[in-house]
Design a protein around this ligand. Structure first.
Ligand code: MGD
Ligand code: MGD
Ligand code: MO
Length: 690
């Protein structure tokens, strides 16, 4: 008898919604995953994982995992369930969906986001199923769509620098990003650049961990980034610090942009942004002279009314100075189109009834609160996977009231009993990344990664794709696209024969773990952007054709003293709620080791704001506006800007003292372009908790 234990290393990929998408090495001993480590050979992972994902085995084997299908027995939202079999669950769900679909399939709504970013367990089979069903389409806008739209209208797509090249930059503007929290593996390259003499500047209302480690911190007001970028242009043009040759050959609409920038002299910009004119001028001069000049823009700056215009303005800067000429110059917001993805082959919109002329209606996920309460025809069923809307969507009181509807049929595929799972009629156990196959691209580097299953599914957990494949069969959908295997979906999701893919095969990817997409060292040195003109479009004809402003501009926040003085008189504080280092949106909030580090919901307040309200460090405070209220522990610190408190995201409501997290006060208003959320465009008042 062989009593020795077996140990293997399985190649995986981190599934989370993060620009880093790390290459993983999972150690499996006797069928159990005992360790998850970063692959030392993968250049951007370089053997290091964040504190969260190193705890992936703890999360996977948590005693709180949902491991069997569960049927609701209590009142809606009470979170009381009894175990059932998969057959009972899927038979009942099929019967319910058939009955609703017979009236109008648009009364069924999928709700999903990026709990996993995988091509298979994300939207592969699930979207095919909902398209064929004729369900309402979900506009998946809760994170990046303003920025993506801004890039589309400027560069023509989500293209950007190779993250590894930031190590050679001479200036790095870290703009709207707390990289140490949300983009740790970029930060490693930024530090290499710093050691080689680069200047690092953080542009962020809050003096984040990242801002603390930069040479300079420009603490502008939230939602004023476009004004700052236009002010920098104003100076670059006035001082003739331009790359005229690059502008001539690789851009469109310079004269019009120059006129727009003329409206933003440094003094006006200083007033809008709440900084000094010297900061504007100094930033522009550094940007023109410290080369190569690189911008790491992140999504934190596009969660206000003018978010997309902000991205348009900032994305125009590297073309003005010709920063793209250098491999270590240019900018990076998202690089997801550096991978030759083929989304329509992946999710098959043509399966929708009425496609393409009259497809089913679209519901914006940001406005799920209003949709569940007011949509006409009403939403009668919602199927949630890879998301926790009750915690993460804005204006929680409405979201909760919507999910609490007794007449709403709710199915939730989950690992844990989240705030959303509490409202399920059926709670279905999903596998984690260690238990299923997938392939990932990312938005922060140029790699595609494979995730091989390391262990067998725990309990009765099933991969999302399996569940939707079986639901399709039970509904009687027999199109081949709905019977496709996981591998078929992956083959459909990318053009494997495109030159960028370098001839890599799926088999090779599974074996080696990752493959870098092939691009020229400085891909836009000669222009060649994916825009209609092939140029960087300062002036966008496509926007003009829609009757929209063809040039980037500063679009004021919905809620600010300038745009809404009446509201600002009652609620003078501009609250932002950026990601916490210990959590990934609302994922990991229930993991004891990480929860202990974060302790409890906190709000950081400038000493002047605290004193004016009789708040001292460590007090419990109530943060409120007309939409709602939540409790948080006050941390009084001058790292917060006066007038801009910071509440870290995103706690589960049920794990907070007052039963509400920060989204109790955020609004469902949308951005200028891209129909995105405005989480950081939110006026509040606060006081010591009663
Ligand atoms: N640890 C951790 N990592 C994460 C996440 C997480 O929750 N936790 N979330 C992941 C997700 S979903 C995403 S989308 C990404 C990116 O997520 P981002 O939202 O880009 O997150 P951060 O990089 O933390 O950047 C937010 C920073 O922007 C600042 N900020 C807020 N408003 C403004 C503004 O108007 N202008 C400017 N210039 N700055 C502003 C905030 O103070 C904060 O420091 O991160 C991913 N990575
Ligand atoms: N106030 C405020 N609100 C915000 C933000 C903010 O900065 N401030 N950020 C916004 C942003 S950028 C984003 S991206 C959204 C994120 O919102 P969500 O996409 O909802 O992200 P998570 O909260 O991480 O929830 C993902 C859920 O998916 C589950 N999951 C993971 N893998 C799988 C799987 O394979 N199968 C199934 N069935 N489930 C799985 C996890 O257990 C988790 O509960 O939140 C937004 N909300
Ligand atoms: Mo996000």
């Amino acid at each position: 008898m062989d009593t020795s234990s077996t140990e293997t290393i399985v190649r995986g990929a981190c599934p989370h919604d993060c620009p880093d998408t790390c290459a993983l090495l999972v150690t499996v001993r006797d069928g159990k995953a005992v360790k998850v480590a970063g692959d030392p050979d993968h250049p951007s992972t370089h053997g290091a994982l964040c504190a969260k994902v190193s705890r992936y085995p703890e999360r996977t084997y948590s005693p709180d995992r949902i491991l069997t299908p569960m049927r609701r027995v209590g009142r809606k939202g009470e979170g009381r369930f009894e175990p059932a079999t998969w057959d009972e669950a899927l038979a009942d769900i099929t019967a319910r969906l058939k009955a609703i679909a017979a009236r109008d399939p648009q009364r069924i709504l999928p709700y999903s986001y990026a709990g996993t970013m995988g091509w298979v367990q994300g939207e592969g089979m699930a979207s095919r199923f909902f398209h064929r069903l004729g369900a309402s389409q979900l506009d998946r806008t809760i994170c990046s769509s303003p920025g993506m739209t801004g890039l589309q209208y400027t560069l023509g797509g989500a293209v950007g620098m190779d993250v590894e090249r930031f190590a050679d930059s001479g200036l790095i503007l870290i703009w709207g990003s707390n990289s140490i929290t949300s983009n740790l593996h970029f930060w490693t390259f930024a530090q290499q650049a710093k050691r080689r003499g680069a200047k690092l500047v953080a542009i962020d209302p809050y003096r984040s961990d990242t801002a603390l480690k930069c040479h300079q911190h420009v603490a502008l007001m939230p939602g004023t980034d476009a004004a700052l970028a236009l002010g920098m242009m104003n100076v670059l043009i006035a001082e003739d610090r331009l790359d005229r040759d690059y502008i001539e050959r690789c851009t469109l609409g310079f004269e019009a942009l120059a006129e727009r920038a003329a409206q933003y002299p440094p003094e006006r910009v200083a007033q809008i942004c709440g900084i000094t004119a010297d900061e504007v001028i100094g930033l522009a001069r550094d940007y023109a002279t410290l080369r190569p000049a690189a911008i790491r823009l992140n999504y934190g700056m596009q969660r206000t009314h003018g978010g997309a215009n902000g991205v348009r303005a900032i994305a125009s800067l590297p073309a003005l100075t010709g920063a793209w000429r250098d491999p270590a110059g240019g900018m990076l917001l998202s690089a997801s189109h550096m991978v030759p993805v083929t989304p329509s082959k992946q999710v098959r919109p043509e399966l929708m009834p009425g496609w393409p002329g009259k497809p089913p209606r679209t519901i914006n996920m940001v406005q799920i609160g209003d949709a569940l309460l007011e949509a006409d025809p009403p939403v009668e069923a919602v199927i949630v996977y890879n998301s926790n809307p009750v915690a993460v969507a804005p204006e929680s009181d409405k979201v909760i009231a919507g999910f609490a509807r007794e007449d709403l049929f709710t199915v939730v595929l989950e690992h844990f009993q989240t705030d959303t799972a509490d409202y399920a009629d059926w709670l279905l156990p999903a596998t984690t990344q260690l238990e299923h196959f997938d392939v990932h691209k990312t938005y922060g580097h140029w790699y595609v990664l494979a995730n091989n299953p390391a262990i067998a599914p725990l309990g009765q957990a099933r991969p999302n794709a399996d569940v939707f494949r079986e639901l399709a069969a039970r509904m009687g959908f027999d199109e081949p696209a709905l019977r496709a295997s996981d591998e078929d979906i992956v083959r459909d999701a990318m053009d494997w024969d495109a030159p960028q893919a370098g001839g890599v095969s799926l088999e090779q990817l599974r074996r080696e773990g990752w493959a870098k997409m092939r691009h020229a060292d400085a891909p836009f040195a000669q222009g060649g952007f994916p825009s209609p003109s092939g140029r960087c479009e300062f002036y966008s004809q496509r926007l003009a054709d829609q009757g929209l402003d063809p040039l980037p501009d500063w679009v004021p926040p919905w809620e600010s003293a300038i745009s809404n003085p009446g509201l600002a008189a009652r609620y003078p504080l501009a609250l932002i709620s950026p990601p916490a280092r210990t959590f990934l949106n609302s994922t990991f909030v229930n993991i004891p080791g990480l929860q202990a580090q974060a302790k409890e919901p906190a709000v950081e307040i400038h000493p002047d704001d605290a004193a004016a309200r009789g708040v001292t460090h460590g007090d419990m405070v109530e943060v409120f506006n007309d939409r709602g209220r939540f409790l948080a522990r006050a941390s009084v610190s001058d790292r917060a800007r006066p007038g801009v408190p910071v509440a870290w995201g995103i706690w589960w409501h049920k794990l907070t003292q007052g039963g509400r997290n920060v989204n109790a006060v955020t609004s469902q208003a949308l951005t200028d372009l891209g129909r995105g959320p405005t989480f950081y465009d939110c006026l509040v008042e606060l006081r010591p908790a009663p």
